[in-house]
Design a protein around this ligand. Structure first.
Ligand SMILES: [Zn+2]
Length: 273
């Protein structure tokens, strides 16, 4: 039944073809601790992160419509309550990361925080998405609009907002410090800059190339001990879980450089046309 509900929800949003092409987007995955108070509660590939605190929790990303069933089950399996989520965040306002925002908000009564540039997309359910406007989702009211350098604070946990636009106009990376096994570790939730829209002559997003270039420069300046991304495959989640450690400073720099190189290559190709 749950599967059927999920399929119907996906059909309604038009996201079914994506889910069919990417079965890992809706396949369940065991929830697990990444480090300190940061846990993985996403599907096999659509990463969702729970940051637990004594004053309630922060949830980053919510996956596709219907994913709330898996997210809530994962939160409970870890011994926490979805009702205790106080703040909902996203790394990018594409349907595959925000379509269950509304449901999660209804379960918890959490406040939705989003960057200024992505807030409008969340509030119109994807209608103003310059690329994926066919893939609609339940709109949510954004309670707080985040600017670069803003701090998101809850129960002793603090995230710094680092705007890294390009993939969407309001894509964002968050940095924090976690205490893991008595040791302080720097950690980032990095929205990796994959190019999905034209970089040259993009009337819906004229400054896209400049945004990407700046975002990569900003990400290169960070040097986290631990890093994660919006797609589990982007940070090798399953391999790291098997290896028993998410500490990977070199892997972060390499991933940013790989994405920056793909961007430069694409820009060069488009510029020659
Ligand atoms: Zn995306």
């Amino acid at each position: 039944m749950k599967c059927m509900i999920r399929t119907l929800a996906l059909l309604a949003t038009g996201a079914i073809t994506f889910a069919q092409q990417n079965p890992s987007w809706i396949r369940p995955f065991p929830p697990h601790r990444i480090a300190g108070n940061v846990y993985y509660v996403g599907t096999e590939d659509l990463a969702c992160f729970l940051l637990t605190t004594p004053e309630g929790h922060i949830l980053i990303n919510t996956g596709l419509a219907g994913s709330e069933l898996l997210i809530n089950a994962s939160i409970r399996q870890l011994g926490f309550r979805p009702e205790d989520v106080k703040i909902l965040l996203t790394m990018q306002a594409h349907f595959d990361h925000v379509a269950a925002m509304k449901e999660m908000q209804q379960v918890s009564g959490a406040k939705v925080y989003a960057t200024e540039a992505d807030a409008s997309v969340l509030e119109d359910g994807g209608r103003s998405d310059p690329y994926f406007s066919r893939y609609r989702f339940a709109a949510v009211k954004v309670d707080r609009r985040l600017k670069d350098g803003d701090l998101v604070r809850l129960g002793g946990t603090q995230l710094t907002v680092i705007l890294t636009p390009g993939h969407t106009k309001g894509s964002v990376t968050y940095s924090t410090t976690v205490v893991d096994g008595g040791q302080k570790r720097s950690m980032v939730f990095a929205n990796m800059g994959t190019v999905v829209m034209p970089l040259v002559g993009n009337a819906k997003y004229p400054q896209i190339a400049e945004d990407f270039a700046r975002a990569f420069e900003r990400q290169k300046r960070l040097s986290p001990d631990i890093w994660v991304a919006a797609h589990a495959s982007q940070y090798g989640m399953a391999e790291k879980l098997r290896a028993g450690s998410f500490v990977d400073p070199q892997g972060y720099q390499a991933a940013v450089e790989r994405h920056a190189a793909m961007f430069r290559e694409r820009l060069e190709k488009e510029s020659k046309r």
